[in-house]
Design a protein around this ligand. Structure first.
Ligand code: ZN
Length: 379
């Protein structure tokens, strides 16, 4: 366990080990190149300033945020040049039928016009099948159904690249999606996605969360080999720590080397003003109960950067400071919801880290944005 001078606070899910994340950030030192986080969800002006402080500590210079539309201008005011936006639908809308059809097209145009977004998020996780009905929403249900295609066509027309979410962890397929008739098997999620990669071959795509299959590097080798316009991001920290730590050291290092430039750093940090205060659990939005004070919010966001940087840069080998409830979900007898998997530091070489943290995003996203008329950020 890393040393810490401060007395350990009570263990809680974002900091089971009582780490002082500010001290840990100085112990890591600056990253070999300023980090670009290609995958966050920054909401709330106060939460955005807490997040900015976390970024200062961990060397994160630019973030690509999937902010809710009504939060995005406020986030932009707080983070200025340090944020760029990814267009998303209004997932929380009461009228989801509209939000995912013409509402999504409207959001794409708005993020593109108001905030210069040149990336659209095309979320199609298996949970999608809880939100839409195969009969009522046949025009929306499949990855390449009518309204899904309209969103991709519009993005294409506006010169936007695509970030997508395809599959979820193997642990979820084992427990939550065991109804294969409803959700399909994990491998089947990829068929319509692969067709779409070919429909828009000039468009760079980023498949979030290591393409949805960090458990299976052989599958990713094949996927990346077949689709030169495809990239991955490392976002979803708990999932990445749990599964990427399991791979053999040489296998993981050779995978990262082979696909250098195709794998972009991302965290999936979600910030909300609700994280800064205690409030009635009932009224809280999704994920809002993860923190209840400003210092907890700091730790919540910092824990993700610490865990990812420790995994990529250091030789740390020990428990992750972040509780991973999937362990308990899969094995309720063997694990409590506060347990965490082993985090295995990979000590990737400096040149590889520079690409992962910075150059890959510069060469894929920033280059694409520049082609579409956006000024390059100063990093
Ligand atoms: Zn995300």
């Amino acid at each position: 366990m890393p040393e810490t001078d401060a007395p350990p606070p009570r263990p809680w899910p974002a900091n089971r080990l009582g780490l002082d994340y500010r001290a840990e950030a100085s112990r890591l030192g600056p990253p070999p190149k300023p980090i670009i986080d290609v995958h966050t969800h920054i909401n709330g002006e106060r939460a955005a300033s807490v997040y900015a402080e976390v970024c200062d500590h961990f060397g994160v210079a630019l973030t690509y945020s999937q902010s809710q539309r009504e939060q995005a201008l406020g986030v932009s005011r707080v983070l200025g040049d340090r944020v760029r936006f990814i267009a998303i639908p209004d997932y929380m809308a009461e009228d989801r039928g509209r939000a995912f059809r013409d509402g999504f097209l409207d959001n794409i145009r708005w993020f593109h016009g108001e905030l210069g977004a040149r990336v659209v998020k095309f979320w199609h996780a298996p949970r999608w099948y809880d939100l839409v009905d195969p009969d009522r929403d046949a025009d929306l249900f499949a990855y390449d159904s009518e309204w899904r295609r309209k969103a991709l066509d519009l993005a294409h027309e506006l010169g936007m690249m695509v970030m997508t979410h395809i599959a979820d962890p193997d642990t979820w397929f084992q427990i939550r999606y065991s109804d294969a008739a409803k959700y399909g098997l994990k491998a089947a999620q990829y068929d319509p996605f692969k067709r779409m990669l070919k429909v828009y071959p000039e468009t760079p795509w980023i498949a979030a969360h290591m393409g949805g299959w960090p458990e299976n590097l052989d599958f990713l080798d094949e996927l990346l080999g077949e689709h030169p316009n495809l990239h991955l991001d490392t976002s979803a920290t708990k999932w990445m720590v749990r599964e990427l730590s399991r791979h053999d050291a040489d296998r993981f290092a050779s995978f990262m080397k082979r696909w250098r430039g195709r794998i972009l750093f991302g965290s999936d940090i979600v910030t909300l003003d609700d994280h800064l205060e205690k409030s009635d659990e009932e009224n809280k939005r999704f994920g809002a109960q993860q923190a209840a004070t400003e210092s907890e919010a700091f730790d919540l966001y910092a824990s993700r950067y610490w865990a990812l940087r420790a995994m990529f840069e250091t030789d740390y080998e020990g428990e992750s400071p972040i509780a991973d409830p999937d362990l308990h979900m899969v094995d309720p007898e063997g694990h409590t919801p506060m347990d965490a998997p082993k985090l295995v530091g990979r000590s990737l070489d400096k040149e590889l880290l520079k690409t992962l943290y910075h150059d890959a995003c510069r060469d894929v996203v920033i280059r694409w944005e520049a082609k579409q008329g956006l000024p390059k950020p100063i990093l």
